[in-house]
Design a protein around this ligand. Structure first.
Ligand code: SIN
Length: 524
């Protein structure tokens, strides 16, 4: 093993939350190292976010936003966290995204209002308070944010580096008395994807910003790297994780597309209607807000109507708008639909739900601090208590921004003991080559099991079945991980099965059916 690399602050992941945490810690004069397993810093869910980010339009207030968040989240929220988001969120959007990074948000062409930014509405929002950059808001935000990261003199970034595990006093120190210390993290073991070398990265503070986990389900809007790495590492390190049962399924993804291309909620926000194969607006009888009901309700409404009617998908119709307008407002969705043979300006879009967002994660406080000393979590990997049992649309980027900022600032305030880097065992390199067919089949088992037994509608019987399958599989995978020549794919598989098992455990332990966790009593 190479000698340990040392940094003041290590950030694992380079989406919006990780990037903002890096900037905010680096602004305090600290040396920051960002690592990402991807070949590019721009990766993960951030650049895939289409709809927008919550800001504040005239007539809006933090209280109204709070009310919408807690209603959508089925009243399962941490009051202080929602207050922090609603009060400082819009201020930080202005400070970072508008003033500092100069994100190219769409401007108003409506001359009847003096507001410069264009606002849209999404499901379960009482106000049109969302600003956007066409239908590629996350991509525009991430491009602008990474420019600031790359230009910051205190930030170094390493792509193609995969974190294997967090280093903790209790698991890795060779000094036996360290077991009596408060559990603390002092960095991570990291694999260089290019040459297969493993090195320890020692850090005074470590920030997990590894993003989502949608790829542990068969159908998802998430990119291939979103497999729950952060939850798996935190779980193994002993950090408290909670609300893992709350997996949000996005109601509208393009039916038939291999990677479940997202059809943004902004399409419904702009007037698009959900209909079944016979043209009935089925959501009208499910919820008073119809197509704009909270996401969990719409996703289940679609799922249930598909089951009731035997139809393989439902439809989202915005074809009554002018072609020119659709092309300008939703250029990427328009193009992707055309590629799939659907002309959304002339016909309804066939849609189905898919796994989209993890509302739970590694539990954190208002500063993003986890239950382990010296360890933070920000962005989708974290559970701040804002999203409750079901996240309100266009709040994920906002939460990433607020907690990224807070965690970066807090992590930069070092305390006594933060520079304790114990000696660790040297890494033993194993050499067994893993048959790629095993990895491919194991992923199919994880994805199918999670989709069919822990998806939109759950029963205890299905969850117990999932637990048996996934526990056995985890034993097998751990066995070959321990002997394997390390590669990103075997590391990813180990994390995927760990996260899947953590979700099943949390789901079985959940005390109530609520929000995105919809449990049918067996026999119902
Ligand atoms: C969307 O555009 O529908 C996704 C936005 C979000 O997940 O908040």
């Amino acid at each position: 093993m190479k000698s340990p690399v040392e940094t003041e602050i290590l950030i694992i992941g380079s989406g919006l939350a990780g990037a903002v945490a890096a900037i905010s810690a680096a602004d305090e004069g600290k040396q920051v190292l960002i690592i990402t397993k991807s070949a590019e810093l721009k990766s993960g869910n951030t650049p895939k976010a289409q709809g927008g980010i919550v800001y504040t339009s005239s007539g809006d207030t933090p209280e109204k936003l709070k009310e919408d968040i807690i209603k959508a989240g089925d009243y399962h929220y941490w009051n202080k966290a929602v207050d922090q988001l609603c009060i400082s969120g819009p201020e930080l959007v202005n400070e970072y995204l508008i003033e500092r990074f100069k994100v190219n948000f769409d401007l108003n062409s409506d001359k009847t209002t003096s507001a410069e930014l264009s606002f849209t509405r999404e499901a379960a929002h009482s106000e049109p308070r969302i600003i956007y950059s066409k239908d590629k808001t996350g991509d525009s935000i991430q491009t602008a944010t990474l420019k600031a990261v790359n230009n910051h003199p205190n930030i170094t970034a390493l792509t193609d580096h995969t974190a294997l595990d967090l280093l903790t006093l209790s698991h890795h120190s060779i000094k036996s008395a360290d077991i009596y210390e408060k559990p603390a993290c002092f960095g991570a073991m990291v694999l260089d994807n290019q040459n297969g070398e493993v090195k320890a990265v020692y850090a005074k503070r470590t920030i997990l910003a590894t993003g989502g986990l949608g790829q542990i389900f068969l159908h998802t809007t998430n990119p291939e790297e979103s497999i729950g790495d952060g939850i798996a590492m935190a779980w193994r390190a002993g950090a408290r994780c909670f609300n893992l049962q709350f997996i949000q399924f996005h109601p509208t993804t393009l039916f038939g597309s291999k990677d479940r291309f997202l059809i943004s909620e902004a399409v419904r926000g702009e007037g698009g209607k959900l209909i079944d194969g016979n043209g009935n607006e089925f959501m009208q009888s499910v919820h008073e807000k119809g197509s704009l009901a909270p996401r969990d309700i719409v996703a289940r409404g679609i799922h249930q109507t598909m089951l009731d009617t035997g139809q393989p998908c439902m439809f989202l119709d915005i074809s009554f708008k002018k072609r020119d307008w659709i092309e300008k407002r939703f250029p990427s969705i328009y193009k992707n639909c055309l590629l799939a043979g659907v002309d959304m300006a002339a016909e309804p879009i066939p849609v189905v739900p898919a796994a989209h967002y993890s509302c739970g994660g590694v539990g954190v406080n208002l500063a993003g601090h986890t239950s382990l000393k010296r360890l933070y979590a920000v962005g989708e990997v974290a559970c701040t208590g804002v999203h409750g049992a079901n996240r309100l649309a266009s709040t994920s980027l906002l939460e990433a921004l607020v907690w990224g900022h807070e965690a970066g600032k807090d992590a930069a305030q070092f305390q006594e003991g933060d520079d304790y880097f114990p000696q660790i065992e040297s890494w033993v390199e194993e050499t067994e080559e893993i048959d790629p067919a095993l990895i491919a089949q194991d992923w199919l088992t994880i994805k199918n099991t999670m989709w069919n037994y822990a998806g939109l509608i759950r029963t205890r019987q299905r969850l117990h079945r999932a637990q048996t399958i996934l526990r056995n599989l985890q034993n097998e995978i751990e066995d070959f991980y321990q002997k394997a020549r390390l590669s990103p794919s075997i590391v990813g598989l180990r994390n995927g099965i760990q996260t899947a098992n953590a979700i099943i455990t949390a789901t079985l332990e959940a005390r109530e059916s609520r929000g995105t966790h919809y449990l049918l009593e067996d026999g119902e």
